[in-house]
Ligand binder design. Structure first.
Ligand code: A3P
Length: 317
């Protein structure tokens, strides 16, 4: 059976919709996924062999994935012998190649190589997925590996997603984008159910699942980065004297949007792995940018949905 045949067999029986009038998405276990990724998703779910020291970053698209990848990478590598800035792999390789998204690229040779052969001195492998918690490979859920989830205000997520997909697909009107976001019929959606899955698991298993928000990271980056480093088993020295804060500040600077965006690799390079310009992962990075794009009615619609979905859950977004 060739790959197209295999894909057709996987996709044919699934309920389908067309996202933004152009892209086929399939419904699996309560969530929507791009049809063209179904083979990779299925392989990740059945073939991935987690290790207990793996670190799996998880996120709904456009909620701060790239930032979380950078922070974790820089926390884990902060004691490496880096004499020059050029020794930092992030100056030559985009983060999405350093920390591969397994549901999207599981079958890519580059990722297979990294997943099968990586033997890092700093501990387990740093990996990422956009899959919702309930769709993770069962082996991952039972492995005890650390999971870090990042989420973001739904209106800012929606606006960030609109910019991103408009760059890589044809431009689509905001009204339609809000409609699909609120209906939950979008890749990896519905958004709220995606978030709730990780939130509940972080409450059940706080030592193994850490839940962060983009807004907390913006509001108190030092506190959040210290929390993240401790969770990863690489704590900074306690706050108090200025020297220890320097290390935290360095990690924050190395991971900052301002720095990463200006690196040549993130300006004019199309990644061989993702096949999209590395620059598409970096835009404004502000909280509340939705105000510049959503009408009051659109904002109200998303707010009401958020209120409804998060009823009885101790989480505000
Ligand atoms: P905006 O579109 O609001 O600017 P993801 O990484 O999940 O795709 O999310 C992309 C969003 O994170 C974009 O938000 C992008 O600008 C922002 N971002 C990317 N790298 C960042 C970083 N290092 N620090 C803060 N925000 C970052």
């Amino acid at each position: 059976m060739d790959s197209d045949e295999g894909m057709n067999k996987l996709v044919a029986p699934l309920p389908k919709e067309v996202f933004w009038n152009a892209h086929e998405i399939c419904h699996v276990e309560g969530f929507w996924f791009f049809a063209h990724l179904m083979e990779s998703i299925a392989a990740f779910r059945s073939d991935f062999e987690p290790r207990s020291d793996d670190i799996l970053l998880t996120s709904f698209p456009k909620t701060g994935t790239t930032w979380l990848m950078a922070l974790c990478h820089n926390i884990l590598h902060r004691h490496d012998d880096r004499e020059e800035e050029e020794d930092d792999v992030l100056t030559t390789v985009n983060l999405h190649e350093v920390v591969p998204t397994l549901d999207v690229f599981f079958l890519h040779d580059q990722v297979q190589d990294l997943v099968l052969n990586s033997n890092r001195s700093t501990g387990g492998r740093l990996l990422h997925t956009h899959l919702p918690y309930t769709c993770l490979p069962e082996a991952v859920r039972n492995s005890g590996c650390k999971i870090v989830h990042v989420t973001r205000n739904p209106k800012d997520t929606m606006v960030s997603m609109w910019h991103f997909y408009n760059k890589i697909f044809d431009v689509f009107p905001m009204e339609g984008a809000v409609e699909s976001f609120c209906n939950g019929v979008l890749p990896w959606g519905p958004f709220h159910e995606h978030v709730i899955g990780y939130w509940e698991e972080s409450k059940r298993r706080p030592d193994e699942v850490l839940f962060l928000t983009y807004e907390d990271l913006c509001r108190d980056p030092k506190k959040e980065v210290r929390k993240l480093a401790s969770f990863l088993g690489k704590p900074f020295s306690p706050a108090g004297n200025g020297c220890e804060d320097e290390e935290v500040e360095k990690v924050l600077w190395l991971s900052s949007l301002g720095r990463l965006k200006e690196l040549e690799v993130n300006k004019n390079v199309v990644s061989e792995l993702t096949q999209i310009p590395n620059s598409s992962f970096f835009r404004k990075g502000t909280v509340g940018d939705w105000k510049n794009y959503l009408t009051p009615q659109m904002a109200e619609r998303i707010d009401q949905l958020t209120q409804l979905k998060l009823q009885g859950i101790e989480l505000s977004l």
